[in-house]
Ligand binder design. Structure first.
Ligand code: TUI
Length: 317
């Protein structure tokens, strides 16, 4: 499958792997890049030297293009913004903020920039600043989210900008990919699907939580504190939600949330960890190698798009 995204980034399939804080390391990114997508190392809240090691690890495992996702709320974001230039990382995606102040330097260094955005207004702002593409991320996604759903956001962003759009949020199989293309996207970004991959470095309990999740098993907490986060329901999400109802301050809230992602990823603490995952977790049944996941995703999407009449019993004309 060729689109503007495969052309622009020199990849086989129009697929980005979501940059998941504490999760997306050099090994996962290389596995996705070797499978024909664009693997992304997530900086999360890690310092620049840790990210540098992951870049080196990724380069040792693949000669294909890859990228770094920079979480803009991190105090280390400015140092990582410089690091990607020094390391000549081909692609940067950004999340949780406006990347405006870094754009000029990245563009001058030849880094391709793809901000993750939750609204049309932000998509248009980053297009004016020189973004090469945008990831339009709906609130079905795991982690830090915006308000709009993928179904409503993607066509509005596609109409609002001239650069290519990558759809994210709620996509877990070939049907989701075909649907995203129909909505006007030229590529897709999947995070949750790659949580349940062989190469994903999270604790086995995290993968099992994704496999066990049903459609309604994620919850959003932190709306009142202005930082909504979607994760699999457990004691922590219930406590956060109670705290929110009791009118706790953003600081109190932050204190409870702090460190909880690490507790999920490293310790596999089923009750007190923050198991960030998207609503599509309910669809995911099996842990597989990234290469197989990607083959399966695009086999299904291509078959559906080529044979929609037979596959869905649609008669046109
Ligand atoms: O960034 C994400 N998802 C994330 S980041 C993350 S790390 C974290 N850990 C604990 C608490 C909070 C975060 C986990 N998941 N997705 C991309 C995304 N970006 N979603 C929403 C946005 C966004 C929000 C506001 C992008 C830009 C923005 O701009 C506001 C402004 O400054 O104009």
């Amino acid at each position: 499958m060729k689109t503007k995204i495969t052309e622009l980034f020199g990849i086989k399939y129009p697929l980005f792997q979501g940059g998941m804080a504490w999760v997306s390391d050099g090994t996962l990114a290389a596995a996705v890049s070797n499978g024909g997508g664009l693997g992304l190392i997530a900086s999360g809240s890690a310092p620049a030297d840790v990210v540098e090691k992951e870049i080196r690890r990724c380069r040792a495992l693949t000669d294909k293009p890859f990228g770094v996702n920079i979480m803009l709320m991190s105090p280390h974001a400015p140092a990582i913004a410089e690091l990607v230039i020094k390391e000549q990382v081909p692609v940067v995606t950004t999340g949780a903020g406006n990347p405006g102040k870094y754009m000029e330097a990245w563009k001058a260094a030849g880094v391709k920039v793809v901000p993750v955005i939750p609204s049309v207004a932000l998509a248009q702002r980053v297009e004016r600043l020189g973004a090469d593409a945008v990831v339009a991320e709906g609130c079905e996604s795991g982690g830090h989210i915006g308000e709009a759903t993928t179904m409503s956001l993607v066509p509005q962003v596609a109409d609002g900008v001239n650069i290519p759009v990558i759809a994210a949020g709620g996509i877990g199989d070939g049907r989701g990919i075909a649907a995203a293309l129909m909505l006007g996207a030229q590529g897709v970004q999947l995070g949750t699907r790659f949580l349940a991959s062989t190469e994903c470095p999270v604790h086995p309990n995290y993968k099992q939580m994704v496999l066990d999740a049903k459609d309604t098993d994620t919850a959003v907490t932190g709306r009142a504190a202005g930082r909504p986060v979607r994760a699999i329901r457990n004691r922590l999400t219930r406590r956060l939600s109670d705290l929110e109802k009791s009118g706790a301050s953003p600081d109190e809230f932050e204190e409870l949330a702090l460190g909880s992602l690490r507790r999920a990823v490293q310790d596999g603490d089923r009750e007190e960890g923050s198991f960030m995952a998207g609503q599509i977790a309910g669809l995911i049944r099996e842990v597989k190698p990234c290469g197989e996941i990607i083959q399966e995703l695009f086999g299904e999407a291509e078959d559906l798009l080529q044979h929609i009449e037979q596959r869905r019993g649609v008669t046109i004309g």
